[in-house]
Design a binder for this molecule. Structure first.
Ligand code: BDR
Ligand code: CA
Length: 326
């Protein structure tokens, strides 16, 4: 059984809700809690709550909102006001979330489950950085961090990959703290996540599943795919975060990885947030995934998400006042 803490910016890119659904459909995972990062973290927490509700699990998995600002509070939040546009979060009371900041919940959980907690980090890294700065000795008990982030582009002669990736670029000082912590990290960069695709075929398959969560995902994806098409000219979306979750469960999907020490550019003119392999530092505690079995991942992901556990029954109504898991 994998004991997992999920740190997510659910509500912006569709891939976080897909990753959470994939985790909830995976019997070998014990989801210890969800922390939300970056910007409107309370709203993100309520979106996560709605996902749980669609499986009848609302109130069973603790959710803690992180601090809205970046680590140094000096960076703007990218694209605010677009979180969870198609998800009904109005009417979900604040008290469904823990009355505790995300970093404290992370520390408490890591302490309680000595050496057993894997953190799945699929968002800008403010929550993890704050936990590390507050109690590095406690965070040293984390088993491993699986992180979606960064880009290297060494095998991209067409220059299609950008110089920076969103999760690192959005809060580079936080990412720097996490990389400098020395904690064991498996890093899943754009170089491999852009090998994954979800498009019309998968949308259609989801549409045929008779499950409240599948209907929610179908509605989300139906709105997201035209946006991606208009914005990037692609007919598919990438599954950055689900891939990271899947590699945690099935390391055999990794075809090639390399140990590195990673620095983060924080003062570039064009390169702020760039992930840079720095060989001089010597201590190579970041395992960077450089090649994956993309078709095997696609099948694994769909197999899980098209067979969601039966909701028992979905508790889609918000909890009455003061009955949440505070
Ligand atoms: C990462 O940024 C977010 O938009 C996605 O959810 C993913 O975690 C991809 O760069
Ligand atoms: Ca994300």
């Amino acid at each position: 059984m994998h004991k997992i803490l999920l740190d997510t910016d659910i509500g912006t890119d569709i891939d976080d809700i897909l990753a959470l659904s994939f985790l909830l459909a995976s019997p070998e995972i014990e989801l210890l809690g969800i922390t939300t990062a970056y910007g409107n973290t309370v709203l993100r927490g309520k979106i996560a709550y709605q996902v749980l509700a669609h499986l009848g699990r609302a109130g069973q998995i603790p959710i803690a909102a992180g601090q809205p600002a970046t680590l140094t509070s000096s960076r703007p939040i990218f694209w605010p006001g677009h979180e969870g546009k198609n998800i009904d979060h109005v009417g979900i009371p604040d008290h469904v979330l823990l009355d505790q900041p995300a970093e404290d919940f992370i520390l408490e959980t890591v302490k309680a489950q000595e050496g057993e907690v894997t953190i799945l980090a699929i968002a800008p890294l403010g929550n993890l950085a704050r936990a590390i700065l507050k109690a590095p000795d406690t965070m040293a008990r984390v088993k491993r961090i699986y992180m979606m982030g960064g880009v290297f582009g060494r095998n991209d002669p067409t220059f299609l990959l950008p110089v920076t990736e969103h999760n690192i670029h959005s809060d580079p000082e936080a990412a720097q703290v996490v990389f400098e912590s020395g904690l064991p990290i498996t890093l899943v960069p754009l170089d491999v996540t852009t090998k994954t695709r979800l498009g019309q075929e998968e949308l259609q398959a989801l549409g045929e599943v008779d499950h409240p969560l599948a209907r929610l995902l179908h509605a989300e994806l139906s709105a997201w795919l035209p946006f991606v098409q208009a914005h990037d000219g692609r007919e598919f979306t990438h599954m950055h975060d689900p891939l990271t979750a899947a590699l945690l469960l099935r390391p055999a999907l990794v075809v090639h990885s390399q140990s590195m020490c990673i620095g983060v550019e924080t003062q570039g003119v064009y390169t702020t947030g760039q992930t840079v392999p720095i060989s001089a530092a010597g201590f190579k505690h970041v395992e960077v995934v450089l090649q994956i079995d993309a078709p095997a991942f696609q099948s694994f992901f769909l197999e899980r998400v098209l067979q969601l556990p039966v909701a028992n029954p979905p508790n889609l109504e918000p909890l009455p006042e003061e009955s949440g898991p505070r």
